[in-house]
Design a protein around this ligand. Structure first.
Ligand SMILES: *[C@@H]1O[C@H](CO)[C@@H](O)[C@H](O)[C@H]1NC(C)=O
Ligand SMILES: *[C@@H]1O[C@H](CO)[C@@H](O)[C@H](O)[C@H]1NC(C)=O
Ligand SMILES: *[C@@H]1O[C@H](CO)[C@@H](O)[C@H](O)[C@H]1NC(C)=O
Ligand SMILES: CC(=O)N[C@H]1CO[C@H](CO)[C@@H](O)[C@@H]1O
Ligand SMILES: [Ca+2]
Ligand SMILES: [Ca+2]
Length: 564
């Protein structure tokens, strides 16, 4: 049985505002830019803000509502900007505050929203706050998580307060000679954790949010949300975390079950606090809703609490990574399970959905699932209700590069961070310089924006076609009359149906498998092909009688329409 979800009914019960009103983020097409790799404007081989500004019209072209930028703040770049030394400024690598203001002006004139990456889980150890805390400057004493450690009863030696292991491996506690205490760092040593139970820390963070809101940003993507709080015993000591059984390496993060350092209940309250702050800001300053995206690799139940609990609103977009766990072997039934995992909880409780396709920490779809499935995933996320979140380059089918790791400036996540492929020209037009900070994928002469604009069923044109459908009346109506359904009609064929009150009906069929599929008697109507992918033997405008049969080629996706 298909899973039909009639939304108007639910929405009417929930919101007096009525089911026709949806806020911009509810069905947004979001796009993540990794600033080092999007566009270089000054020839140093590293992408920057001026570069992004010069490419914003491209986002408009492909139907993007809002883009979120990985960190551009001042940083010693020990973790590529996820270690912030000044939350109130732009790193010179990326430009200046003036460049940022110019970016906002251009974005506003194009109608593309800008979301900034916000990294509250820690600061850089080169941040002046840390320096003040080390030296116990009045008010900053408790800004970070300090502890004397404990004394080993047998040896009499000093030991860290607990056995906690950092996300990148090795102890979470490091001794600080000057202050003569341990400090906590859930990530690198150069990333000391802030003490979020300290109201002054929270106030400083709200100052940061306000600073960027005043400069015109539309929201924030909050990094590493589950790691914000740690559990401390009433007597100020810390308990050891139990062995998880998932790893045999005692130095590895997975060696422990993180019951004291992840998903602490106070995290949810912090999300409510920030949401209230953004809503208040909007009340005072007008404009569209400001949004929070939360990066949280947590259970859907935890994400549900982030979204809100009935009395409090939280992050509008707790990011849904389910589709990122699919592999090359995933069948249509697997896709349905991934969709179910979210819909059964988040849609049922909050009528909200978002679908992340990729990010800067995970292999690209072409590598995770295979190059022939890039378009399939792009079709699926646009066909599902809610917001889609695309990592730059996925719309043209970019793939990972085997980056050879030499020196300390590269790491294993570089493969999916290579420069954006704009044209078949030198450096793919990413940079006019001699070298680029990471090598370009040698396939850029084939997979690039300019070339793909001219190829009828290129990844780019399929992406654009799906964006156009997503914003069309049938796809907008997901909270109005009508609804949508999804099911695996065979082991390998996924069907998504979208209908609206104008009696339009769309059927999206996706063949995840490498075999041809023939489906008999799927519906009692004749449909028209409105979009077909590269492996398809049919073209836009042709019709198919679903009372008889439809044939799907391996890895083919089609969008069919029936008009009463
Ligand atoms: C965090 O700061 C508060 C002061 O606001 C203090 O009571 C608490 O002990 C500090 N926590 C840690 C772990 O240092
Ligand atoms: C929602 O969360 C807040 C803050 O934790 C809490 O005070 C409130 O009671 C919760 N409401 C419900 C309905 O659970
Ligand atoms: C979201 O829906 C609105 C209408 O409610 C529509 O105008 C807009 O284009 C849709 N956004 C996207 C990205 O599809
Ligand atoms: C979940 C996670 O690891 N999030 C971020 C928190 O901070 C580290 C270190 O800066 C980042 O690398 C992570 O992306
Ligand atoms: Ca540059
Ligand atoms: Ca923390």
């Amino acid at each position: 049985m298909p899973k039909w979800v009639h939304l108007c009914l639910v929405a009417v019960l929930v919101a007096i505002a009525g089911c026709a009103d949806i806020d911009w983020w509810e069905n947004a097409s979001l796009y993540q830019i990794y600033p080092r790799s999007f566009q270089d404007s000054d020839g140093d081989g590293i992408g920057d803000l001026k570069g992004i500004t010069s490419r914003l019209s491209y986002l408009k072209e492909i139907g993007i509502t809002a883009t979120w930028l990985s960190p551009v703040f001042t940083s010693p770049m020990s973790d590529f900007g996820y270690d912030i030394s000044n939350f109130f400024d732009i790193d010179p690598i990326f430009g200046t505050l003036d460049d940022f203001d110019a970016l906002i002006v251009e974005a506003k004139s194009l109608g593309v929203k800008i979301i900034l990456d916000f990294v509250p889980n820690h600061s850089s150890d080169e941040n002046e706050w840390f320096d003040k805390s080390v030296n116990r400057v009045d008010g900053y004493d408790d800004f970070y998580v300090w502890h004397d450690g404990k004394v080993n009863a047998e040896t009499g030696e000093r030991e860290p307060p607990s056995n906690w292991i950092s996300v990148f491996g090795g102890p979470q506690w490091t001794w600080h000679e000057t202050r003569q205490q341990y400090f906590l760092h859930q990530f690198q040593v150069k990333q000391p954790d802030l003490n979020f139970t300290n109201p002054m820390v929270r106030e400083h963070m709200l100052d940061v949010l306000k600073f960027w809101l005043d400069r015109g940003v539309d929201g924030f993507r909050i990094d590493a949300v589950p790691h914000i709080y740690e559990y401390r015993n009433a007597d100020g000591s810390y308990s050891d975390e139990p062995v998880s059984g998932w790893s045999s390496n005692p130095e590895a993060y997975d060696y422990h079950d993180h019951i004291y350092t992840k998903d602490q209940p106070a995290t949810v309250e912090l999300m409510y606090e920030w949401r209230a702050f953004l809503d208040q800001y909007r009340t005072e300053n007008g404009g569209d809703s400001r949004v929070l995206l939360a990066e949280a690799f947590s259970s859907v139940e935890t994400l549900s609490a982030y979204f809100g609990n009935g009395t409090h609103l939280g992050t509008q977009l707790p990011m849904n990574f389910q589709l990122m766990y699919l592999s090359g072997y995933s069948t249509a039934r697997d896709v349905v399970s991934s969709i179910d995992y979210w819909m059964n909880t988040m849609w049922t409780e909050h009528q909200t959905a978002n679908w992340v396709v990729g990010n800067h920490d995970t292999n690209r779809v072409a590598d995770r699932m295979g190059a022939h499935k890039v378009d399939l995933l792009n079709v699926i996320v646009s066909a599902l209700p809610g917001a889609s979140i695309t990592y730059y380059g996925e719309e043209i089918g970019m793939s990972n590069v085997d980056v050879e790791c030499t020196g300390d400036s590269c790491e294993d996540r570089d493969g999916e961070r290579t420069p954006m492929q704009w044209t078949a020209g030198r450096n793919a037009d990413f940079s006019q310089g001699e070298n680029t900070w990471l090598p370009l994928n040698p396939d850029y002469e084939r997979f690039n924006v300019q070339t793909e604009r001219g190829v009828a069923r290129s990844s780019l044109n399929i992406f654009k076609g799906m964006q156009a459908l997503k914003s069309s009346s049938a796809f907008q109506s997901f909270k109005q009359e009508g609804g949508f359904s999804y099911e695996a009609i065979t082991n390998q064929v996924l069907q998504i149906i979208r209908t609206n009150k104008y009696s339009e009906e769309y059927r999206i069929l996706v063949n995840m498998g490498n075999g041809m599929e023939i489906i008999d008697g799927l519906a009692d109507k004749v449909f028209e092909y409105v979009l077909t992918t590269a492996y398809s033997s049919h073209h836009q405008g042709q019709t198919v009688d679903l009372r008889e049969r439809i044939l799907l080629m391996p890895y083919e996706a089609v969008v069919l329409r029936w008009l009463a």
